[in-house]
Design a protein around this ligand. Sequence first.
Ligand code: AOS
Ligand code: ZN
Ligand code: ZN
Ligand code: ZN
Length: 424
Amino acid sequence: MQLEKHQLDRHNDKLFNGHQRKLSFVQEFTPECEAIIKKLMAFQIGIPSWALGNGGTRFGRFSGAGEPRNLEEKIEDVGLLHALNRSSGAISLHIPWDSVADPSNIRNLATQYGLRFDAMNSNTFQDQKGQEQSYKFGSLQHTDKAVRKQAIEHNIEVIRQGVALGSEALTIWLADGSCFPGQLNFRNAFQRTLESLKEIYAALPAHWKVFIEYKAFEPNFYSTTVGDWGQSLLFANKLGPKAFTLVDLGHHLPNANIEQIVSLLLMEEKLGGFHFNDSKYGDDDLTAGSIKPYQLFLIFNELVEGMDARGMDHASDLGWMIDASHNIKDPLEDLMQSVEAIMIAYAQALSVDRKALQLAQQENDVVRAQEILQQAFRTDLRPLVAEARFRAGGALEPLSLFRDLELRKELIKERGRETVSTGL
Ligand code: AOS
Ligand code: ZN
Ligand code: ZN
Ligand code: ZN
């Protein structure tokens, strides 16, 4: 299903005057609006292929209707999202959940929708049908060389598939760890993981990156072998210049200062990218910005400051991906909300008066520093985000257009009610 130009135009025409009024108000009080709009237009967020259907929990799954039934339909969904918001121009695949039978076909299809392939995700946290070795006690850390070998080969196969699609990064998230004290020797598990990662690293093409994702707990509940950013950074440093740390916002122990972690990883040139989501308790994978929008803003504040200090390109020097899972919302609506929240946080961070903040920090003017940050956070910059979308050919209000056109109904007509998205 495609969004028709006349549908977009009608929607935008209807909202145009109201939008203009809000926009000129923001422009009056925000310096450098044009520069912010340009940066917003260039910024693209990778959509995870596994977030296009309802994930469910270990207690149950309430199937959504009209979900994509294969990779082609997932690409179609991301294409629709991108047509609506012009900020979702990439898709991140998970192998083997996504089966790429004919990469050149898949690549062509994505190109038709203006999409590129973001980081490829490998999966050694589940046993697949017919698989020889089991990952019950880990994959890259496993005590048995045969299991490690199988996991290494899987990762190399994922790189191979990624190359065919034009992706340039591999994200490795390991469930490896232990459930009980005494189950494993931490140092040996680390060393074995490192040896395995080295073999995968050696298979990376020249311009590729590998992102090492960390996670505090779950599914292992005593230790995780890549449990925090320190452990991820150790691996990344030992592997070499193509290895980076990936920050999933839900993978920290409660109240961790994620913005500080981000700032130091940038300083070390070891920040690879993000899995955006939000969380109240753990790896909740909720809509970005739905629980802690101020934290999201503070993270972007560090990103803008740190990337500018290093002369980095906001749009292309890091991997910007969502990692979410939907149990009760329409997945496409949820992703629109996530993308919007990320764009707002980015816009707010771009609007921070950097010079004034530096001065306040230098003079230890704590009150002023807080005022500067909160001035940016509390200013409603949604008109700038909408303007960027509009100029890029998207909808002023993607979510209302999706609802007005009853696009989910259309998808149900096409795909049926009883759809189970592949993957989680
Ligand atoms: C798992 O908790 C991680 O966030 C990974 O990124 C994982 O590959 C993804 O969430 C799909 O399950
Ligand atoms: Zn993740
Ligand atoms: Zn997560
Ligand atoms: Zn996670």
